[in-house]
Ligand binder design. Structure first.
Ligand code: ATP
Ligand code: GLN
Length: 146
């Protein structure tokens, strides 16, 4: 497949230090996406099984009496990844690269500013809470390529 990138300039308003990248993807692509993210030092990821309705979702016809039938919802996986601002674009590019088939139903990515992060175990906030053991800074300090 040709390389596809997110087009135009990203909209980061309102400004924040951290953003949540929320990707709704094909379930069978998740292992590929998550191992690629792990390789770039992204170790904090939340995954949920969801069902959705998009361009792929069933027929465009309206059922008598309702605009959609529950039967048309398609199983997807939602990945939520909170990262520092300077990691957002590489995460988005990686998700596109690993999740894309080119067919309808590849999914969508939503970007949301995150006001703060608090690690429950320690009470740390912000950058300290965002940083994961084995994450990017650990990878670069051990000399392996990020
Ligand atoms: P600790 O250092 O105490 O182990 P931690 O920051 O590594 O804390 P965990 O307790 O391992 O956090 O994470 C709990 C859950 O929080 C994870 O299973 C994952 O679902 C979610 N999570 C953690 N960090 C992120 C992140 N950056 N983005 C999305 N989800 C995250
Ligand atoms: N930026 C963090 C780190 O480099 C990782 C963030 C994440 O795993 N979601 O440690």
């Amino acid at each position: 497949l040709p390389v596809i990138r997110a087009q135009g300039s990203p909209d980061y308003v309102p400004e924040a230090n951290f953003y949540k990248v929320e990707a709704i993807l094909r379930p069978w692509r998740i292992p590929q996406v998550s191992s690629a993210l792990l390789k770039m030092g992204i170790r904090g990821v939340t995954v949920s099984d969801v069902r959705g309705f998009g361009a792929q979702g069933g027929s465009t016809e309206r059922q008598a009496g309702s605009e959609f039938s529950e039967d048309n919802f398609v199983s997807k996986v939602k990945m939520e990844i909170v990262v520092s601002k300077d990691q957002v674009e590489e995460v988005i590019e990686k998700i596109i690269q690993e999740a894309r088939t080119g067919e309808i139903g590849d999914g969508k990515i939503f970007l949301t500013p995150v006001a703060d992060i608090i690690r429950v175990r320690t009470g740390e906030r912000g950058e300290k809470a965002e940083r994961m053991t084995g994450g990017r800074s650990d990878m670069s300090s051990t000399g392996s390529s990020a």
